[in-house]
Design a binder for this molecule. Sequence first.
Ligand code: KIV
Ligand code: ZN
Length: 505
Amino acid sequence: MRVRIFDTTLRDGEQSPGVSLTPEQKLTIAKKLDELGVDAIEAGFPIISDGELQAIKMITSANLSAEICGLARTNKKDIDVAVDSGLNYIHTFIATSDTHLKYKLKLSRDEVLTQAIEAVEYGKSRGLQVEFSAEDATRSDREFLKKVFSEVTRAGADRIDIPDTVGYSTPQYIAEITKDAIEATKLPISVHCHNDFGLAVANAISGIQAGAQCAHVTINGIGERAGNASLEELVMSLQCLQFNQKYETGIKTELLYDTSRFVSKLIGMPVQPNKALVGENAFGHESGIHTHGILNNPLTYEPISPELVGRKRWLQVGKHAGIHGMCAMLEEFGVQPDKEQAKQILDKIKYLGDQGKHITDVELLTIASEIMKERGIKRIVQLTGFSVSTGIGTMPYAFVKLNIDGKDFTATDYGVGPVDASLNAIQKITGKISEVRIKEYVLASISGGSNALCEVTIKVEDAKGNTSSAKSVGEDIVTTSVQAVIDGINRIMLKKLLKEKKIDN
Ligand code: KIV
Ligand code: ZN
């Protein structure tokens, strides 16, 4: 069965506390969602502000493949503004639970029913596709809910949505009221599940199994309070888990990770590391037993291949590490300790792990080179020239000269500060050669005073999602940052070349 994906990142998702987007940002996200292959985009709530109206106008004129929808309460003004914003599809809603009727709307059930019918009729008279939502459906009286659904169907609604507004439903209950809705109307049913008890995706799946054809979802599960059902989790569950029937969506799953990061960055809401599928740790392995299994066959400890969602697996050492995983990680950088050296490296890692230390590939390589008495990794990229200029009234500017595999490259660039300008100039060169980008940059002061030592930790990533970290300590923030970036770039390029066997260990 083909499941319709109705994305509400730009409406319910934007209602996340602390999130507010400009019209241009909303348009960029809409284009990303369209590329991802969602069937419908809820672009916003046109009545709420001039900027929102402008954003929706921009999105409706962008010629996207997805259907574009906008939210409207069950009144003429909201619906008229939706029409003015260029929409031909609205999602109109009114609450049906007694709690909302008594404390919010101050309306009787009959009055709510009348408003719902009139709004649907009005929307249809204005030539719109109308999806009707009974807000707080899962806490509404079941008979009343059925009555509302059947009356709005008679009034001409095109789709019915069941919102679990405060995430109060269980998978079993949402299945029951989905069946009620199917009985009350022959229209396609959507489920709109919130995550207050962490059940949003489970509830959405249950609604679909009970006969709903569509799920309202958001990227990274953002939305009011604990958020909505996450698009990536729902889509991948439908595609990969065992059900009585096969489910399909139009989502290009290999774009999921990129879309997740794009949205997270633009809205300024980080994704928790242990978030399913798109969290940093979702395809990371540390413990010896797991890394050993993964190295033999990834199926042992991964339910799906990371590439399916546009990701790469990564291994890390720590106090749970085992010899196989550790040697495999070193091998990625061309480092091959003998048996005794490997044991010593592992002992040191476990010792540091017991002290509560986090060991990145930077520490691993440092420990390995100390024990193996080597001078560190092969350098493909060398910094051969570098200067910055900054001051009041001038835009910070950097010049960088790099030697990459024997060839010289120079670049200049501006930035918001001298570090930014330097990093931009480096990326101008490396971007052309191997598309390495800086994913994380953390600056810490490790001693006090104006001559304090600073520590810069960076994480770089190549176009295929491979990552590598580097750390540098020094007195000058700019030089230390540049050094860390060059080290990170060296590591990632080395890893890549070794993988392609274009270099000897
Ligand atoms: O959660 C909800 O009830 C909503 C409505 C606007 C449908 O988002
Ligand atoms: Zn909602």
